[in-house]
Each structure stands twice: as C-alpha cells, then as structure tokens.
Design a protein around this ligand. Structure first.
Ligand code: DI6
Ligand code: FE
Length: 379
C-alpha cells in the first residue's frame, strides 16, 4: 500500500502537535513524503509491511531527531553595507536611539541599500539565507524597510522573492515601508505615511510583492496614529498585519496590533498587562526576538510569564538585521530564548516551528508534522 517518494526510518520525531507530550514526540518512528507532503508518520512498529521496498528513497536517520523545518518569522536580511561601527559606539555608551537620532541606525542602512545593485543584494542576502538554511530553516520571512522610497522598497522585495529560487526554502515577504522616516522627509512623518499608504502600498500590492504589512511603532519610528492609518490602508487591500511593538518604550503597540487583528506583535519588551490581555483576546502571536535584546544589552525582557499565563502563542525569530541583531543562527536563538527570556526548551522549539507558522498565517500548512502538511523537515 505504501507508495512514497521518501521515507525516513529510525528517527525520533518531534511532531510539535499539541498534546500531553510538549514535543508531540514519537520515539523510534518513521516519516514518509509524497509530492512534497507528509504522507504518513508513526512508530517504526506501525510502518506498513514492505513500505521500504515501495519507496523511491529510504534514509536511515540513525536515531537522530526530526523536527518540523524551522521557521524564521521575522528577518530584515536584505540590506546593503554593515553597521559594525555602531557596535563599537554602543560599547562606549551610546544608545540605539541616540545613534538613530544622529542619522545612523536604520538610516545608515537605507543609504547603503539604495546604493546597492540588485545583484549585490541578491548575493549578500543569499549568503545570509544560506546560513539560516544550514541551521535548519525551511521558511524565512524577509521584510523590506531599508529602501523607504518606492524604487528601493520594490527592489528589496523583488530580491527577497528571488532569493528562494534554487534554494530549499520558502520566502515570505513583508512590506515595512514604515520602518523610519527617510532623510528627505525629515520632520514630515505624516507626509511620508501618505506616500507609504497612497503610492508604495498600492504598487507593491498590485505587483503581489508583499504577503503582509509591518511598521515600527516607536518614538524613533511612527506614532500609534500613523501606524493605524497604515493598518487601515493595508486592511483595505486585505493584507495581513504585523507590528514592531513596544521594543524600546510602551506606546501601546501590542494593543494596537491586537485591535487590528494583526497576525503578530513583535519585540514586546515594554508591553503592559493590558497589551498582553488584548493579544490574548485577539489571538495575536507574540514574536520574541532575543538577538535584539542581547545585542542592545537590554535589561527589560518581554512579559513572558504574563504571555504564558494568558495563553498567547509565543514565536521566536532571529530579527536578522545589521544593527540590532546581526544573527544568523536559529539554534542560538533557541538557546537565548531560554537563557535570556526564560522560555522552556519546549516553548522555544514551538516558537521556531508551530507558533512561527501561526505568526505568518501558515499554520494550516507547516510548523508541525502531520499527514497532509508540507514535508519540511529538519534532521
Ligand atoms: N527593530 C529592529 O529590531 C529592527 N527594526 C526595528 O524596527 C532593527 C533595524 C536596524 O537597526 O537596522
Ligand atoms: Fe525587526
């Protein structure tokens, strides 16, 4: 009866399916794929007779663990230049916000990204994506937000889409035109939001370049009112929402994201109890980014105990970017989610699989191991 393309035998499976065991573990199991989908999984003792003979390729996992392919649901990995100099400045006492206000930070990367050719962005972005894949990623979200003009935002999103070509990974794109006010709009943030809503968003939506829309709601980013305007415009085009919320201060970003039914609110270091309650009620996923917390030497971690108590799904991601999280190891993020944010190992792995899929609206298709889902596996 078995008629499979691939079969992995002698594997321990972390299915990540909810249940009595936090990993949804199947010890001494096997998993089969057909046409890129999971066709069967279970204990070795339940494997149909002759299964191996009727399968094109049989792999012996040799007792290793198979998890769902890891999902990095928050990255900014298409960018030009680097910001190593800012690392040194911060060591000397400058803060992330001070560097940003002095024209460094995101704006420094915007200048370098505008100057970079599409080929250059494809090459450097590809090197970064390859490292995430080597660490077990099979789905990676990539945000724009280092263009902040229509040409460069579109260039970045096209590069992000093309990065998946020829690689064993799916790329999901997010339009982050509202990342910061570009220099040519200094002091005119509302006029820039007009440009984002009235020109960038329609063109990007028409070209199908974005799977979601995000913003940086922060003192050095955009106000809740400006963010809400963008969210209205995105909703009118039926684009899902995400938000950089409450990273450096509590502007009520988590509650704002929840009010708009956003897929996720990300960072959350300064989110209040009300914000957590609003996320719980709306089913908005909390995306925790320990790499940024670590790199910026923050001391105010996200309210993990409250998120856990309220049953808010917690995802974990790299936030790969040249300023606040120059990180390309998902296994290090698993470690830091536990050591810095006190997630349990089970919660951390769920954060890079099941809950990361939810943060991208893809839980119907990936993030757990179950028949019918994509056969995205990490061995
Ligand atoms: N928060 C972040 O962690 C990234 N963007 C944001 O709004 C960092 C962006 C950068 O520093 O380049
Ligand atoms: Fe980010």
């Amino acid at each position: 009866m078995a008629d499979w393309d691939s079969l992995w035998i002698n594997a321990n499976l972390a299915t990540m399916m909810p249940g009595p065991d936090a990993y949804g573990a199947i010890a001494d199991g096997a998993i089969a794929a057909r046409d890129g989908r999971i066709a069967w999984l279970g204990a070795m003792t339940a494997l149909p007779p002759n299964a191996a003979r009727k399968t094109a390729r049989v792999h012996d996992a040799g007792g290793r663990w198979i998890t769902p392919g890891l999902i990095d649901c928050h990255t900014h990995l298409v960018f030009g230049g680097d910001r190593a100099g800012e690392f040194a400045l911060r060591l000397e006492g400058a803060s992330y916000a001070e560097i940003a206000r002095a024209g460094g930070g995101i704006r420094a990367t915007v200048a370098a990204t505008r100057a970079a050719s599409e080929q250059e962005l494809l090459r450097t972005g590809g090197e970064r994506l390859d490292r995430l894949c080597a660490d077990g990623a099979t789905t990676v979200e990539i945000k724009s937000g280092y263009g902040l003009d229509i040409t460069t935002e579109i260039k970045s999103l096209r590069v992000a889409r093309r990065l998946a070509d020829g690689r064993p990974v799916a790329v999901v794109t997010t339009f982050l035109g509202a990342h910061t006010v570009p220099p040519e709009y200094e002091g005119r943030a509302d006029a820039y939001i007009d440009l984002v809503c009235d020109e960038m968003l329609p063109q990007i939506a028409a070209e199908g370049l974005a799977d979601a829309v995000d913003a940086f709601c922060e003192g050095i980013g955009f106000s809740p009112t400006q963010t809400a305007r963008l969210f209205e415009a995105a909703k009118a085009r039926e684009l899902p929402l995400k938000l950089h919320a409450d990273q450096l201060s509590d502007l009520g970003g988590a509650a704002l994201a929840a009010r708009f039914g956003a897929l996720s609110a990300d960072h959350l270091e300064h989110t209040s109890a009300d914000g957590v309650a609003a996320m719980a009620a709306a089913g908005t996923v909390a995306v925790l980014l320990p790499g940024a917390y670590y790199t910026l030497s923050e001391s105010h971690p996200p309210p993990v105990a409250a998120l856990r108590e309220r049953g808010v799904a917690m995802a974990v991601a790299s936030d790969c970017n040249p300023g606040s999280s120059p990180a390309l190891s998902l296994q290090l993020m698993l470690n830091m989610a536990c050591t810095l944010f006190r997630l349990t190992p089970e919660e951390a792995l769920a954060g890079l699989t099941r809950n990361a899929a939810r943060a991208l609206g893809l839980a119907y298709d990936r993030g757990t191991l179950a028949p019918g889902l994509q056969a995205d596996l990490a061995l």
